[in-house]
Design a protein around this ligand. Structure first.
Ligand code: DGL
Length: 271
């Protein structure tokens, strides 16, 4: 796969479109950079898959993106960050950032009571990645896997009565919390529904902005941006469906290239 030369590119990937919110935040801070985004829409959702499988997917994607000479890699997927980050850090020849630490950092900044909720996929919550980090900061985590919510968003039902019902059900067992981490790329799209369910006294945090803040601190920004960087999107599923779903979160700015999953052979497939 050849692209016209990239200019100080950064690789970003997610299981689907949700990671575009992280990409948008990164572009606001590093507008002069090129980005290569990979949405693994053919294999979404990652949230229900065994960790070993997600690690395999993630390492294959990391190898693919590193093949373009990217200068850093952002894992804009909570599930992949939760289970695959150590493997990626060990394997990639460039710095790798996930979204879990930034999400925890964001929650730490806003909580007053120290009681912090986190919701995510089964994979993310089952890994304990958020809970361990919150506890390490002296906070008291409450966690809940919400496996149905990804489908609700994917089906364009984020504002529906069904979404309202599911969110209320998932959150019904929560203790008194003052902060709730939206630990899944899809949940920011359910923000109004989740906010209504928990009430205004609970602050909702997602990791997009803090991830961008963390990543951009590692790269220089020229005093003047003369030309905006370019974004190339690779998608393993249907490019039209990707563009359509992406429209809900501000759309895609840049080329979309279909990519057969076979080009993303991961570590175990290569053995
Ligand atoms: N991107 C995933 C995450 O943030 C959500 C969708 C999926 O299950 O793949 O956990």
């Amino acid at each position: 796969m050849t692209l016209s030369p990239l200019h100080h590119a950064i690789g970003v990937f997610d299981s689907g479109v949700g990671g575009l919110t992280v990409l948008q935040a990164l572009r606001r801070r590093l507008p002069h950079r090129d980005f290569v985004y990979l949405g693994d829409t053919a294999r979404v959702p990652y949230g229900r898959k065994p960790p070993e499988m997600v690690i395999e997917f993630a390492t294959g994607i990391a190898d693919f993106l590193c093949g373009f000479g990217v200068e850093g890699l952002v894992v804009a997927c909570n599930t992949a960050s939760a289970v695959a980050l150590p493997a990626l850090v060990e394997r990639a020849p460039v710095p790798v950032w996930g979204v879990i630490d930034p999400g925890v950092e964001a929650a730490t900044r806003v909580t007053h009571s120290g009681s912090v909720g986190v919701i995510g996929t089964k994979g993310t919550i089952g890994s304990g990645a958020y809970q361990r980090r919150l506890e390490a900061r002296g906070l008291r985590p409450w966690s809940q896997a919400c496996p149905m919510l990804v489908h609700v968003v994917e089906e364009g039902l984020a504002e529906s009565p069904e979404a309202e019902l599911l969110v209320r059900q998932y959150l019904s067992g929560r203790p008194e919390i003052d902060t709730l981490i939206l630990g899944c790329t899809h949940y920011p799209l359910l923000r109004p529904v989740i906010q209504r369910a928990v009430g205004e006294s609970v602050t909702l945090v997602d990791s997009a902005e803090v991830t961008a803040e963390t990543v951009s601190a590692n790269f220089e920004r020229p005093p003047r941006v003369i030309e905006l960087g370019r974004v190339t999107h690779f998608v393993t599923g249907d490019p039209l469906a990707f563009a359509h779903t992406a429209a809900v979160i501000g759309g895609v700015d840049g080329e979309i290239i279909p990519l057969p999953v076979a080009e993303l052979a991961g570590e175990t497939t290569r053995r």
